[in-house]
Design a binder for this molecule. Structure first.
Ligand SMILES: Nc1ncnc2c1ncn2[C@@H]1O[C@H](COP(=O)(O)OP(=O)(O)OP(=O)(O)O)[C@@H](O)[C@H]1O
Ligand SMILES: [Mg+2]
Length: 254
């Protein structure tokens, strides 16, 4: 699978989900590549001891497809997980690719030769529906949509679904929604219960059974360059992300 973790809303748990799902799949014995496409580079900064040691990023291979993709792939601090690096230079990508005839296909094209080296590839995307996210949706086989358990959670989902439909029609007919993941959930509040009801009403069985609760441990682990599975293996967050990885594998079989 090539799973794009996408929602143009900011701060809904895309990066936290990309990191911990990648780590969970890697702990199950899979070789995983995490591709950081976000100019904020939060995934990259969370899994490299010294990100300043690398001068190049995904930007360089997407702009010059004859460059070797492997040159921007690093071994991460998480066992079994490689990372394709982002840097702030990724912010130059959209203006640079504007008007290029293959502008939406660059990521798909550069991934072709490395795909078979990994069991699964996970793509962390920025909080926009711009060209970077479109490249990710064109390259992906599946999309996972984290939705924050909050009052305005469904705001913008119409635009996202429309974009997915457009990508399917024009560029990637086999793209499937793997699931909707409810994140930052606080089951004690009435509003959270109401939010879950509303999300279920819109998305039905696409919603994963497991929710991700609000958890300080999940917030802390990136600062230590660890996934939740080594930072706090007994925590609720570890249990929940492990269960989501299992649900993902189950869904991929069907
Ligand atoms: N389940 C959680 N419990 C507590 N904090 C969380 C949880 N998930 C994410 N966070 C925190 O919330 C913030 C936003 O999460 P994250 O960076 O994963 O979202 P994002 O969708 O990738 O954001 P952006 O749109 O900026 O890329 C981060 O500080 C993160 O540590
Ligand atoms: Mg992010």
């Amino acid at each position: 699978m090539i799973i794009a973790i996408t929602n143009q809303k900011g701060g809904v748990g895309k990066t936290t989900t990309a990191l911990n799902i990648s780590a969970a799949l890697a702990f199950m014995g899979n070789r995983i590549l995490l591709i950081d496409t976000d100019p904020q580079a939060h995934s990259t900064l969370s899994v490299l001891h010294d990100p300043t040691a690398y001068s190049r990023s995904l930007y360089d291979v997407l702009m010059r497809p004859d460059e070797k993709f492997e040159s921007i792939v690093a071994t991460s601090t998480i066992p079994g997980l490689d990372i394709a690096l982002s840097k702030i230079s990724m912010a130059k990508l959209e203006p640079s690719l504007l008007g290029e005839i293959d502008g939406h296909y660059r990521l798909k094209d550069v991934l072709e030769p490395v795909r078979s080296k990994y069991h699964h590839i996970v793509i962390d995307t920025p909080p926009t529906l711009g060209l970077i996210t479109l490249n990710s949706l064109v390259a992906a086989t599946h999309i996972l949509i984290p939705i924050q358990s909050s009052y305005l959670c469904l705001e913008g989902t119409d635009d996202l679904l429309e974009t997915i439909d457009k990508v399917k029609r024009v560029a990637n007919p086999d793209l499937q929604i793997l699931g909707i993941l409810i994140t930052l959930h606080d089951k004690r509040t009435n509003i959270s219960r109401d939010v879950v009801r509303r999300i279920r009403k819109v998305f039905g069985n696409l919603v994963f059974k497991t929710f991700i609760s609000k958890s300080v441990k999940l917030e802390e682990s990136p600062a230590y360059k660890e996934s939740i599975f080594t930072y706090a293996p007994q925590s609720v967050g570890a249990l929940q992300y492990r269960k989501i990885a299992e649900e993902i594998i189950d869904r991929a079989k069907n």
